[in-house]
Design a protein around this ligand. Structure first.
Ligand SMILES: NC(=O)c1ccc[n+]([C@@H]2O[C@H](COP(=O)([O-])OP(=O)(O)OC[C@H]3O[C@@H](n4cnc5c(N)ncnc54)[C@H](O)[C@@H]3O)[C@@H](O)[C@H]2O)c1
Length: 271
């Protein structure tokens, strides 16, 4: 089936027993800007939004693998754009967002996914490392959300989805900078949500725990096994599962959800 046929099929889903099936979640034709998209969860989220009919802007500091991911998602480049961005740098963030607006006319969805981590103890973390983690994980979310939030506010609405982490909700004996940045993301989610609620912009966070990505593999196979044993459902999450939650929060159906942090952790935190 061609790309156009596929889109028509989504829009004109069949009905059964005379009852029209609702097939349009409002994502088809929307433009989504996904940070940290070159690999892992960001690539999975970009793919998930593309599969649901979005134009997808892939924005990452790693230009080469970002281009490769964009090509893997949409070889023709019809509904995909790869941009270089350092989310912690306001000029770079501005420039990439402007390039997205030039190509697509608007941005309806922002997914703040870019992050760095280092599983180091309190006593090992250097101040440079603290600043690096905060710059990408927290300052980056603030910068990108302000740029996109202003645009969405002025254009009548939008969706911001922040990728937080269980590390920002529960204590672990390492990665103080990472945990603090993710706790900060959850707080920023609420502040942006309340500031933008009346403008039709929802702002929510998702908090995964253990998702099978290069970031997870980087902590070492033994530690991954140790962590996975603690998951009540008995396995790591998949990028597709997180992407589905992000897509829901970005959809029309989620218009009454804002300021929320949605747990997606295999039961590691039940509340
Ligand atoms: N993998 C997990 O188990 C897990 C668990 C909880 C939360 N998360 C969160 O999910 C998100 C994605 O994690 P992942 O596992 O896919 O990580 P990853 O390391 O595989 O991917 C992170 C991406 O961010 C990009 N990036 C780094 N610095 C950047 C910058 N300054 N500007 C733009 N892009 C930058 C990297 O190039 C990379 O492509 C992160 O926010 C992470 O904290 C992941």
């Amino acid at each position: 089936m061609s790309e156009t046929d596929n889109m028509m099929a989504i829009a004109n889903a069949p009905s059964t027993d005379g009852v029209a099936l609702r097939s349009d979640d409002g994502l088809c034709g929307k433009t989504a800007f996904v940070t940290g998209s070159a690999q892992g969860l960001g690539a999975g989220v970009a793919q998930g939004l593309w599969d649901r009919g979005c134009n997808v802007v892939l924005a990452d500091v790693n230009a080469r693998s970002n281009e490769a991911t964009a090509h893997a998602i949409d070889a023709d480049g019809e509904r995909v754009q790869a941009l270089h961005v350092d989310v912690g740098d306001p000029a770079s963030a501005d420039e990439s967002f402007r390039a997205a607006l030039e190509r697509w006319g608007t941005v309806d969805i922002l997914v703040n996914n870019a992050a760095v981590t280092a599983a180091r103890s309190l006593w090992q973390i250097t101040m440079d490392e603290w600043d690096d983690v905060m710059s990408v994980n927290l300052r980056g979310v603030f910068i990108m959300s302000r740029i996109a939030g202003r645009h969405m506010r002025d254009s009548g609405g939008g969706r911001i989805v922040n990728i937080a982490s269980l590390a920002g909700q529960m204590a672990r004996p390492s990665g103080a900078h990472y945990a603090a940045s993710k706790g900060g993301v959850i707080a920023l989610t609420r502040v942006f949500a309340s500031e933008l609620a009346a403008d039709g912009v929802t702002v929510n966070a998702v908090a995964p725990a253990i998702v099978d990505t290069p970031m997870l593999q980087a902590i070492g196979a033994e530690r991954v096994q140790q962590l996975t044993r603690q998951v009540p459902v008995g396995r790591a999450g998949t990028t597709e599962e997180v992407a589905a939650l992000v897509a829901f929060l970005a959809s029309d159906d989620a218009g009454y959800i804002t300021g929320a942090t949605c747990d997606i952790n295999g039961g590691m935190l039940m509340r």
